[in-house]
Design a protein around this ligand. Structure first.
Ligand code: TRP
Length: 327
């Protein structure tokens, strides 16, 4: 079976955008590939080193949601990056051969530095973020890496590092991975912008039902539809954007037509969305409760994942050390 690897940073609670965009795809892939999925807690430190106390809580939330959304520890390997020290070991070796210019040119490096003004990103660790990510991937000799389009530059540098390693040491311990870009639905936030924890517009998997309901009910819709009797334009409403992800084709047509012809009001439209959102979330809430009722379960899953990951990592590290002539 071909290997797949992917990771998520514990930099916030998991929201329905992450669920529909990434996690559901991970769940599908576990049926066909040998999958390694991990929480990238060291990566979260690169942007959050001044306030690391939140990372533990976010890590637990991610792990809980991995299982609640359907990742099966019998089928895939689930672990936490910082528990497999080989990630750091390979990172230090790769850092020796990675030209600074490659890192300074990564678009996410410049963008994030522009975007995040309230935190200091002038650190060695932040510049080296893609080297750490490369170590994550190359350590498992993964063939495919399911990621969003924003991560493609990181995958490109991973491939360049693997090639440089092969060229310098005439050794094929490190395999060039390929990104696996699935057709992800773009999930709109409750304010109409892209759903993101940094915009405070997300619906979280750990939001209680009444909070989810309230977040939807208080959404702005078509601001030009002043009265219930005015015809509206569904495309102007972020509620409709969410219907596109969570509602059936028939319901989508029904609310679009209802809006255009003023046959339904915005509250009716939101009620339908809430019902469909709950259809997706309820099984996850139920599983979250089941898992939480079994203390120690998450720790067991991670402990066994760490063992499996550690064995795979040790194989690669053996080859890498040999290539470098390390003792
Ligand atoms: N950089 C990724 C993100 O922000 C997270 C990540 C860390 C990752 N290591 C990885 C993704 C290895 C894929 C493979 O989404």
């Amino acid at each position: 079976m071909e290997r797949v690897l992917s990771g998520m940073q514990p930099s916030g609670y998991l929201h329905i955008g992450n669920l529909m965009g990434a996690l559901r795809n991970w769940v599908r892939l576990q049926e066909e590939y040998e999958c390694f999925y991990f929480v990238a807690d060291w990566h979260a430190l690169t942007t959050n080193y001044a306030n690391p106390s939140v990372i533990r809580d976010y890590t637990a939330d991610l792990l809980l949601n991995f299982l609640a959304a359907g990742l099966d520890p019998e089928k895939c390997t689930i672990f936490v990056q910082s528990k497999v020290p080989a990630h750091a070991e390979l990172h230090v070796l790769l850092s020796m051969i990675t030209p600074l210019g490659w890192l300074e040119r990564v678009p996410t490096y410049k963008e994030k530095k522009e975007e995040i003004r309230n935190r200091d990103l002038g650190t060695y660790g932040f510049l080296g973020y893609p080297v750490l990510q490369s170590a994550d991937i190359l350590l498992y000799r993964a063939k495919y890496v399911p990621v969003g389009i924003d991560q493609v530059p990181h995958l490109e540098i991973t491939r360049e590092i693997a090639r440089r390693f092969a060229f310098l040491y005439k050794n094929d311990a490190l395999l060039e991975p390929e990104p696996l870009l699935a057709e992800f639905p773009k999930v709109t936030g409750v304010d109409g912008r892209k759903m993101s924890k940094s915009y405070d517009n997300a619906v979280y998997l750990n939001d209680p039902p009444e909070v989810v309901e309230k977040k939807i009910l208080t959404m702005v819709t078509d601001t030009q539809r002043m009265r219930r009797t005015d015809p509206g334009d569904p495309e102007r409403s972020p509620v409709f954007q969410l219907h596109k992800v969570f509602s059936s084709k028939d319901e989508l047509d029904e609310v679009a037509e209802g809006c255009r012809k003023a046959k339904i009001g915005c509250i009716d439209c939101k009620r339908i969305l809430i019902r469909n959102l709950f259809k997706v979330l309820e099984p996850i809430w139920t599983k979250r409760r089941e898992i939480s009722a079994r203390p120690g379960l998450l720790d067991e899953v991670v402990a066994s994942g760490v063992q499996k990951a550690g064995r795979a990592a040790a194989e690669t590290m053996g080859m890498v050390k040999e290539a470098l002539g390390l003792y």
